[in-house]
Design a protein around this ligand. Sequence first.
Ligand SMILES: *[C@@H]1O[C@H](CO)[C@@H](O)[C@H](O)[C@H]1NC(C)=O
Ligand SMILES: *[C@@H]1O[C@H](CO)[C@@H](O)[C@H](O)[C@H]1NC(C)=O
Ligand SMILES: *[C@@H]1O[C@H](CO)[C@@H](O)[C@H](O)[C@H]1NC(C)=O
Ligand SMILES: *[C@@H]1O[C@H](CO)[C@@H](O)[C@H](O)[C@H]1NC(C)=O
Length: 600
Amino acid sequence: MDEGVKQTWMDEKSSPAVTSTLTAQPFVVHRKCVHKRTFPISYLFMTIIASLWICSKAIAYFLRSGSPTALPSLTSTDLAVGAVKWFECDADVPDGVECGTINVPLDYFNASKGISSLALARLNATKERRGTVFLNPGGPGGSGIGLLTERGDLLALMIGPHYDLVGFDPRGIGKTVPKTQCFPNAIDRQIFQANTVIEQGFTVTSNYSDPIMRDKLIEQHRQFLALYETQAKLCAENMGEELKYMGTANVVRDIDFMATVFDGKDANINFLGGSYGTILGAYLVNMFPSRVGRVVIDGVANPVLWSNEETYFWPRDFLSSTEDTFQWFLRACSEAGPKLCPLARKIGESTLDIQSRLEVFMDELYENPLPVPNARRPGYLTSGGFRSILLVVLERPATWGIRSKYLADAMAGDATELYNMLLPDYDLTAPDGDLARLAVSCLDAPRPKTQAEFPTPEMMTDAALAAIRDGPERFTGPWNHTLNNKILIVSNTADPVTPIASGKLVHKLLADSSALLVQNSPGHCSLAVGSLCTMKAFRKYYDSGELPPEGTICETDEPLFPDPDNDMHLFGDKTKEDAALLRAAMGIRDVLHGISGRRI
Ligand SMILES: *[C@@H]1O[C@H](CO)[C@@H](O)[C@H](O)[C@H]1NC(C)=O
Ligand SMILES: *[C@@H]1O[C@H](CO)[C@@H](O)[C@H](O)[C@H]1NC(C)=O
Ligand SMILES: *[C@@H]1O[C@H](CO)[C@@H](O)[C@H](O)[C@H]1NC(C)=O
Ligand SMILES: *[C@@H]1O[C@H](CO)[C@@H](O)[C@H](O)[C@H]1NC(C)=O
């Protein structure tokens, strides 16, 4: 099924953190990033830079948010720290998966702050039980419950029979109480964001020396900041003190706490995380190195930057493989030809020609946004919207067939399907996922130290500054601990948002405490393109602790642009077990890229 752009392991439209000054900054960053590159990739950059100005304002609101909100519908006995409840999940959940809650301390350093009640899902081990593997699908803002309740059976194939699998909704997210609640309801939030730069992305042309474009860009950033400041204020007004405790260090303490409750005081902690889940994983193994059991991080983001650097350094690093992915996409499209990739005019067409048509179209959109009267909500496609979607397409090679058609349709004048991808879900029960992510990322990022670091200092009172400095725990490394057990790090050669450079960095920092497996494919996280080799490595590691040898590169089994008329021989030469494992990879991926998890 077709998904919206907003559901991804690490949403490229939001990687917020603190920054210093607003004015002209995007331009500087941008020029730094793109020199020596052809311009499409810098287009992509601009969509990301979008989110970098948020935290400086948001964090002050978050950290001075009010007194704790009352936990609804909980009696005093329900409030005991460590209390666990299991019950039946809603309908449609596969057999064996249970849902539950666990009470954790809201503040691990002050018991009188009360509790947070984390929502859980569990699938029991089926053979000799060795403990629990905790799951995080990314975001921040992703629901670990969604993943397990939708495809727990496939996850069990990947991880094996010896572990209970536990998905949890991290603080502020999904069914966990208290949750991020900024707007009174989802409709209000959608109306607030509709047709703004948040929804449309940033619009730029290919001519960076055009001073008019620069002015327009600054204007868009002003709008962006104002919108986010409004949202952050709403969050602070409508939520209590809990908002302060959504940072990654707290989530790691939650995992540590749960591991103790479920598996015992000295038990190892096992974990599987993708995308932002790799940030969580890196925090986990470095905050609790002596508890590390079997930990896999896949689609690795850079934790050193995440926790220590001003965000305008982020795009360069996070997007250092985007160009490679884009070129891979163009090559695969050219090889597939117009029948399977309508962006190409003939099989083997020069990728430069395909690329230049895309560029020309984006420039045309800059001048004249394309009306889209027949979308789910009528609107217009801007060059910003087009680029936002293109980046999501690059993350998900399994969708390249259908998406290249949407892109080509848009270029031929009908952007209905493409624009639908940009629109928010009509699921009105969806939580304020993007705002949850905002809170997590902002709380992890460096705090502004002086008044001068705020973009508009007059907004920030001395009281707010004091609150920021005295705010709850952050973790900023070191990232090079010696771990109790070795962990498995997985990176794709061309991941458009979590580049291989980050995987190599985390591996280098953890040295002998880790192994790096490289999957030779485009896309975000290894599951983006099914690889039996990678799946076997996961399974072997969880089963026996055995890691792939240094320098292992896994090829993939799933074709890019598969031909539906020439049915996939994908499973033909595989044993039954191998076929099941490969199907599991593709099935989990389809859920992650599709309808589940509500990862906005
Ligand atoms: C899972 O295991 C626990 C014990 O660890 C047990 O209490 C529970 O009933 C099991 N759940 C299912 C669905 O079998
Ligand atoms: C712990 O929390 C309570 C309730 O919010 C507060 O009154 C107290 O000052 C806090 N203690 C410390 C040491 O921060
Ligand atoms: C870019 O903009 C500058 C300033 O307006 C102009 O002089 C230049 O010709 C433009 N370049 C292209 C390739 O359009
Ligand atoms: C770990 O990193 C810190 C800096 O973050 C450095 O001072 C220390 O020497 C490193 N330790 C090892 C064993 O490399």
